[in-house]
Design a protein around this ligand. Structure first.
Ligand SMILES: Cc1cc2nc3c(=O)[nH]c(=O)nc-3n(C[C@H](O)[C@H](O)[C@H](O)COP(=O)(O)OP(=O)(O)OC[C@H]3O[C@@H](n4cnc5c(N)ncnc54)[C@H](O)[C@@H]3O)c2cc1C
Length: 229
């Protein structure tokens, strides 16, 4: 996506891509009638009007479920745990009433204990985040959480049932399925199946599996970890 955006600004730029398809993380795999977007569940824009007026996009209501205790409940957990077993409901409400509002937040664990309490943490927030980030919750920074975790009133937590909460209860998605439908490019604008192998910064030469380029300016949009290899 970044490479294609650069090409738009600098048409004479040569874009090389190691895969046989363009798009990187914005690629969509198709299998029979199914579409698997590598990323992208939500198009971020300060100017939502742009997305709204784009004829290629449609506005969709989120339909997310959580599989817990052998059944599906609506997302988010905080407003839908009420239909679970009585002991879980009790632990979630009790934990919420006893939450540690004065705690200094350093980790996801602290954040959950401050805003939701131990019950909601144990039954959803802790296992979910540990599965997602593959690290213990007391070892994960909480700075990002504010804008992504639905903010819910005390009343909604105690009574439950509210679905339209959070930053993505509605979102925009391409009318023709697949996030890669928003990429506009010609296949011949990109050198596919060409992998950057070595950069000689002194001589300003890029080596690939197919060519050797003398460059004036080289812009890398590959993941840093790949660039350092
Ligand atoms: C799970 C997940 C969910 C996300 N959800 C959202 C979301 O909802 N909304 C949102 O706005 N953003 C989201 N993002 C972020 C967004 O997908 C990325 O920021 C964006 O796609 C990055 O694009 P890019 O072109 O910079 O990098 P990439 O897509 O990583 O492109 C890098 C390209 O470089 C190629 N490459 C790598 N090494 C070489 C090499 N040696 N030679 C040649 N080519 C090479 C790769 O094949 C790839 O095509 C999400 C990201 C992830 C991982």
């Amino acid at each position: 996506m970044s490479g294609l955006t650069l090409k738009k600004q600098i048409p004479e730029a040569i874009i090389i891509e190691k895969n046989h398809f363009a798009g990187g993380l914005c690629h969509t795999f198709r299998y029979n009638d199914f579409y698997f977007d590598c990323t992208g569940h939500y198009l971020h824009s300060e100017r939502n009007k742009l997305l709204n007026q784009n004829a290629k996009m449609k506005k969709i209501k989120r339909n997310s479920k959580i599989y817990i205790e052998n059944k599906y409940i609506d997302y988010p957990f905080q407003t839908h745990f009420h239909s679970l077993k009585k002991n879980i409901v009790k632990e979630c409400i009790k934990g919420f009433m006893e939450r540690e509002e004065k705690i200094k937040v350093r980790s996801i664990y602290d954040w959950v204990m401050k805003y939701y309490g131990k019950g909601i943490g144990n039954h959803f927030m802790f296992p979910y985040n540990e599965k997602l980030w593959r690290k213990p919750v007391d070892n994960l920074n909480a700075d990002w959480m504010g804008s992504f975790i639905p903010k819910i009133s005390n009343r909604d937590i105690l009574h439950g049932g509210k679905t339209e909460v959070g930053y993505n209860s509605f979102f925009y998605y391409p009318k023709s399925p697949g996030f890669d439908n928003i990429l506009k490019f010609n296949e011949n604008e990109i050198n596919l199946e060409e992998k950057a192998i070595k950069i000689d910064i002194q001589k300003k030469i890029l080596y690939t599996n197919k060519n050797k380029y003398k460059y004036d300016v080289l812009a890398s949009t590959i993941p840093l970890i790949e660039l350092m290899k």
